[in-house]
Design a protein around this ligand. Sequence first.
Ligand SMILES: Nc1ncnc2c1ncn2[C@@H]1O[C@H](COP(=O)(O)OP(=O)(O)OP(=O)(O)O)[C@@H](O)[C@H]1O
Length: 263
Amino acid sequence: MNAVVEERPITERPSAVRLRDVGKTFRGRRRRTPALEGVSLDIEAGEFLCLLGPSGCGKSTLLGILAGFVPADAGEVLVGGRPVAGPGPDRGVLFQTPTLFPWLTTRQNVLYGPKARGALTPEVAEEADALLETVGLADFRDAYPHELSGGMRHRAAFARVLINHPSVLLMDEPFGALDAITRAGMQRFLLELWQRHRMTIVFVTHDVEEATLLGDRVAVLSGRPGRTKAVVDIPLKRPRVYEDNETLEFVTAKRRIREVLEQ
Ligand SMILES: Nc1ncnc2c1ncn2[C@@H]1O[C@H](COP(=O)(O)OP(=O)(O)OP(=O)(O)O)[C@@H](O)[C@H]1O
């Protein structure tokens, strides 16, 4: 078994995200659910990290903590060297269901954030148009969400997040609900985007194949309460394409992750 739990001292590499002994217990009136315990992880700036683990191990909770939606009740959570105290435009969040306002057009959706912050300038509007071009929605800038396909809605949600120039992109099973072909297209799109912008990505997935294709490393959480079980390096060359998934290197990397998961 080659997988190792990595401890990368923060002083050695620039760390975009630092988690130290993070814990979270949900306390209801009748039930107390420990979701995370002692989670420690350093994610480098520009790294693509996938978060994998059994259902209910706290992956979404961890992402929610990084996004600032869910307060941790133990440990240290730093993004860009600063403690997370709530949501912020430095962290873009994308969910399985793209969050778009149904009463706004694609372009208006993209411009919603800057407008709400009072930062809508002609330059930002120009940037929105360039982003719509990048995500292949220039011809649909005046369409409403219900007029877009599933993949198009995802790309619109991407543009909506990217207009804020987030340094960290937090993605919670973003392609989980898509059909296989659209999903492969979105994976390709995400890899190209990341290759170009090199933002830090934390990507939650159930899918070992998806984690192997996308990640520089895969952090595997144990069953509830989630703990960092291992961080597995994916030593596959970049740029990667979906068609690589039958190569020996790919299959070997996938097997290593599966072994850790099943341990
Ligand atoms: N708001 C909440 N209130 C109470 N319990 C919660 C809440 N959110 C999550 N939990 C509990 O915390 C645990 C972790 O949930 P979480 O959604 O983070 O897991 P997950 O790994 O993302 O699961 P899945 O892979 O099934 O999406 C679960 O037992 C869940 O029931």
